[in-house]
Design a protein around this ligand. Structure first.
Ligand SMILES: [Fe+2]
Length: 369
């Protein structure tokens, strides 16, 4: 059996060390003296942004660009692209959650592209190679975006959440610093951690999984099973494990893809404005029941060898982290469109069991009942 995926894309360098975020300018210097650092509100309010900027050597010019919050949109990516065009830096860094990393990834990747960002969501094949090196330092343990060439952006005009992907968009340098997770609100820890767990699980059971990706998914599943609740309870020692786990799940998912949970979570997240990780966790039980005939040996393996009962663990987490199903009892205004988007998704295509329109409809009925 082949062990590796057909093509393997990894960040060129990954530094996983407490305190490494403060060395970001120095580590990025290999790409040039002029950098742009994209960040969210909390990096600024915590004072970490100032500490990183003031750690830059005197001959470097690093300017900051703030994402005002919320889901990363194609409009925000256009705004950052305009800033890059007006004053092109030698490198772009993203220090923040998955939203900031996805935004910076799309903007740096499309910096010289002629069309607006939304155009490339629809015309994936026209995305060309990026010239600007990207540095990514996650401040949440969740999306694994720091390890992938994919940016997931919303288009509010089309009420759509869609990815832009090019292998050259994968960050060149990744910094995994548990100190960046200090002060992360419990609700964010929960949503991000659930996303990481579902990503690890879906990449594990994906029809494109290889022994290489399965091992990464398995490492991630074990670490998240041990560390998500402690991190939610603000035990900072768990931060390093969660960060490494979501990074590994990111590498696994960009090679093995995911499954129908992500196929459903994107259209539902865009319509109901639900945190992506929570949307995934709430779609998981229905998807598990649907996939069970195809993944029984995997579930058995996880339970008996690793002690992970996926369904029970997610139910326990939702209770312990006081998360309710935000879809329960609600109504989808355009169910046919949600089903169409679910079936068109690359994640759904990787699901271990083929998904028909009737299957998607019955999954939605279970999730919303
Ligand atoms: Fe996800």
């Amino acid at each position: 059996m082949k062990i590796l995926p057909e093509s393997l894309y990894l960040p060129q360098k990954t530094v996983s060390r407490k305190g490494a975020a403060l060395e970001l300018p120095l580590l990025a210097r290999q790409f040039g003296r002029r950098g742009l650092l994209a960040h969210g509100n909390s990096l600024q309010s915590s004072g970490t942004l100032d500490r990183i900027l003031s750690a830059a050597p005197d001959d470097m010019i690093v300017r900051a660009w703030r994402h005002s919050g919320g889901e990363p949109s194609v409009d925000a990516a256009d705004a950052l692209r305009a800033a890059l065009k007006a004053d092109p830096p030698d490198w772009v860094a993203a220090v923040g959650g998955g939203s900031v990393i996805d935004l910076a990834k799309a903007a740096a990747g499309l910096a010289d592209a002629p069309e607006k960002t939304a155009y490339y969501q629809r015309h994936q094949k026209e995305v060309t190679a990026s010239e600007i090196p990207l540095v990514a330092a996650p401040s949440t343990a969740g999306t694994g975006s720091e390890a992938t060439p994919v940016s997931v952006l919303t288009d509010p005009e089309r009420v759509l959440k869609q990815s832009i992907r090019h292998n050259s968009h994968i960050p060149r340098l990744v910094i995994l610093d548990p100190d960046l997770l200090i002060g992360c609100p419990p609700a964010t820890v929960a949503a991000a951690g659930l996303d990481a767990f579902v990503q690890a699980f879906e990449s594990y059971t994906s029809r494109h999984a290889t022994p290489f990706t399965r091992n990464l998914s398995e490492l991630a599943l074990q670490r998240i099973a041990n560390s998500l609740l402690p991190l939610y309870l603000q035990e900072q020692e768990a931060a390093s494990e969660m960060l490494e786990a979501s990074y590994l799940a990111g590498i696994a998912l960009c090679h093995a893809r995911l499954g129908v949970v992500h196929g459903l979570a994107h259209p539902l997240g865009a319509r109901f404005n639900v945190a992506h990780g929570l949307a995934c966790a709430c779609c998981l039980p229905a998807a598990l029941a649907f996939n069970r005939p195809a993944i029984q040996p995997d579930l058995h393996e996880l339970k008996n060898r690793l002690g992970i009962d996926v369904e029970a663990l997610v139910a326990q987490w939702l209770g312990a982290m006081r998360l309710d199903n935000p879809f329960k009892g609600r109504r989808i205004a355009d169910p046919e469109e949600v089903i169409r988007e679910t079936l068109a998704s690359g994640s759904t295509a990787a699901n271990p069991r083929p998904v028909s329109a009737a299957d998607a409809q019955s999954l939605l009925e279970t999730i919303f009942c």
